[in-house]
Design a protein around this ligand. Structure first.
Ligand SMILES: [Zn+2]
Length: 254
């Protein structure tokens, strides 16, 4: 390669890297419900659209929706009590709660914009307040805009990787850092969702101590073939229980 084109490549690479950082700075906004400054590059309306679009596929992956309407309406009732009596009501999000037929995988998760899911395997182990704890945690992911944050983060790293691979052979290194960053965010997401879940429970009149019981149930349920959403890359239950206790003290003034 000629010297000239090598220089141009470096310059283009640098320009892309600078662009990535400028874009990241301009995408910063404070989350009004958590007070945390985040990098977000999509609107709440787009989050809702993404969630609605992916919801049927998510349900399909877990054996579809649970067929018993009475169980589904119990999930609806608890979910709506949480939304109607808490800060979740003030958000632009459209919350929907889905009971999944999967009776083997202990799991719950949320898509951006308000689509929340719980498997029958987890549901069947919980009382009403504990169900409120799990749904409150999932609502926390939505309000905390965790998926949107990850979308912004991954487009930032994509741009940065592109810049680095144009400018030199650093692409592999940079994308390695990118993955670690995503995992680190994952841990923080869980703790923030736990805290929001506790707040929502208190605001809706549920006993927040039941959230600690949820952690104990998850800990017991975790086996070699059962990796709940709450496990693996996430903080260990003991750590979470400690933080949940702190949140209960903070929000209930006890
Ligand atoms: Zn979670």
């Amino acid at each position: 390669m000629r010297r000239g084109s090598w220089k141009i490549r470096i310059l283009i690479g640098l320009a892309i890297v600078v662009f990535a950082f400028i874009q990241r700075c301009s995408n910063q906004e404070e989350n009004p419900y958590t007070g945390r400054v985040q990098n977000i590059n999509i609107t709440a309306e787009q989050e809702i659209a993404i969630g609605l679009q992916s919801a049927p596929e998510m349900a399909q992956q877990h054996g579809g929706l649970y067929p018993d309407e009475r169980m589904q309406s119990l999930v609806d009732a608890v979910g709506h009590r949480l939304v109607q009596n808490s800060i979740a009501r003030e958000t632009p999000y459209e919350f929907q709660f889905h009971l999944l037929a999967d009776d083997r995988t202990i799991n719950a998760f949320a898509l951006p914009g308000g689509q929340c899911f719980i498997t029958y395997a987890l549901f069947s182990q919980l009382n009403e307040s504990q169900l409120a704890g799990v749904l409150g945690h999932e609502i926390g992911h939505v309000i905390g805009r965790h998926s949107a944050e990850r979308i912004a983060e991954s487009s930032f790293w994509q741009t940065l990787t592109m810049g680095a691979s144009v400018g030199g052979d650093m692409g592999g290194l940079v994308s390695g850092i990118g993955q670690n960053t995503l995992l680190k965010n994952g841990r923080g997401d869980e703790l923030e969702s736990d805290e929001l879940g506790v707040l929502l429970m208190i605001q809706s009149g549920y006993d927040p101590n039941e959230m600690i019981k949820v952690m104990q149930i998850l800990k017991r349920a975790a086996g070699p073939n059962r990796v709940p959403e709450f496990q693996s890359t996430h903080p260990d239950p003991e750590n979470r229980i400690e933080k949940i206790r702190e949140a209960i003290k903070k929000y209930s003034g006890r």
